[in-house]
Write a protein that binds this ligand. Structure first.
Ligand SMILES: NC(=O)c1ccc[n+]([C@@H]2O[C@H](COP(=O)([O-])OP(=O)(O)OC[C@H]3O[C@@H](n4cnc5c(N)ncnc54)[C@H](OP(=O)(O)O)[C@@H]3O)[C@@H](O)[C@H]2O)c1
Length: 335
């Protein structure tokens, strides 16, 4: 497809988008019809089948991460290619693709994505799975394969084991042969974390002491912490000498400035603050991560749990549910 194969008259006239009018709570969302985006060179126009809801969009909506308003959130979505710009050679119209790196917000009926950041969806994978996989799946993959590479037999701690990233992390860690300790806030969530394969599910109260008990006082070699403010201190306390704290999010709030000398006092620890963008740096990295995730799905070592699906108009409700800890697994929006 080196020339545009669908011409402007074939494109939809308008797209329905969710947008935040200004920084604030979930009530700042409104639904609007806007002129449909047209793919530029190297871009695909995708009709959204399902879009993923992720924690980062709550930070963008609320103003914790700076964005320009009105703002249509969403980097993750799956659907069918309606049109392609010039110089797109790797895809065809009608093909199903997924991405977690969309060029325009995926909380919408249509979105644009650079072809190099889109991935063809294998036939056996549904639109819902295709939308649910990329952001949380790639995150879990890079955390345990690249940020801190976990070896078989190692014991690690991951927080929020019933959450979207948490359930995938646990399954990938188990597939690697690691022993998983995870935290959850309710017995119902504990059951979900256990079903995902966690070896030890513990409440947040006194979790560093429980981790020491489970590890014969040694502590764990790595903690994967997406909860942030409320768990940071305890995560450091749970680490073995020279252990690694991978702080990958702040569901409870961002961690305040921190005295690096403390890492020395606690045993020569490491702290890193990764984000998905730094682990999808080129086509090779993208292909490696997606291929391994699709393989896990097809061999059954990974299954995706869709917690709830909302219509676009209820994006605010999805955010409210996510922020108030009511959800488990993945949240999707369906136009
Ligand atoms: N750095 C990256 O590349 C990257 C990529 C994707 C996601 N993330 C981060 O990973 C984390 C998890 O994302 P997710 O989409 O999978 O969400 P999620 O885990 O499904 O939801 C967040 C969970 O965090 C736990 N939590 C603990 N304290 C909380 C609080 N005060 N308020 C709200 N939740 C709290 C809750 O589980 P319990 O009730 O069991 O505690 C809640 O369900 C987020 O921090 C997100 O920003 C980072």
């Amino acid at each position: 497809m080196s020339e545009p194969t669908v011409y402007p008259e074939d494109l939809p006239d308008y797209a329905t988008v969710v947008r935040a009018r200004e920084a604030g709570g979930p009530e700042v969302f409104e639904v609007a019809d806007v002129t449909a985006p047209e793919p530029g060179p190297g871009q695909l126009l995708v009709r959204t089948a399902s879009a993923g809801v992720n924690f980062i969009e709550t930070y963008q909506r609320s103003g914790v991460y700076p964005v320009e308003y009105p703002f249509t959130p969403g980097a993750e979505g799956a659907g069918e290619i309606l049109a392609a710009g010039e110089d797109v050679e790797t895809f065809h119209i009608g093909q199903r693709v997924t991405t977690c790196e969309a060029a325009t917000g995926t909380y919408a009926s249509h979105f644009l994505v650079d072809a190099e950041k889109a991935v063809a969806v294998p036939d056996e994978i549904s639109d819902e799975q295709a939308a649910a996989l990329p952001l949380q799946g790639i995150t879990a993959h890079y955390l345990i394969s690249s940020t801190y590479r976990v070896s078989p037999g190692e014991t690690v701690l991951t927080h929020a084991g019933a959450g979207g990233v948490g359930q995938i992390l646990t399954q990938l860690l188990k597939a690697r042969g690691a022993r998983v300790i995870t935290t959850t806030s309710t017995p119902e969530k504990a059951k979900i974390a256990e079903d995902a394969g966690a070896d030890h599910v513990i409440p947040y109260e006194d979790f560093p002491a429980k981790v020491r008990q489970i590890t014969n006082s040694e502590g764990v070699s790595a903690v994967y912490d997406g909860v942030g403010k409320d768990t940071f201190e305890g995560s450091l306390e749970s680490l073995a000498v020279r252990g690694v704290l991978v702080l990958f999010g702040g569901a409870s709030g961002q961690v305040p400035p921190y005295d690096l000398q403390d890492l020395n006092r606690r045993g020569g620890l490491y702290v890193t603050r990764p984000a998905i963008h730094w682990y999808l740096q080129n086509a090779e990295e993208r292909t490696w991560r997606y291929t391994e995730l699709f393989h896990h799905l097809s061999e059954g070592t990974l299954s995706l749990s869709i917690g709830e699906t909302y219509p676009l108009a209820e994006a605010g409700q999805a955010h409210e549910d996510l922020e108030s800890r009511r959800t488990t697994g993945k949240l999707l929006l369906k136009p």
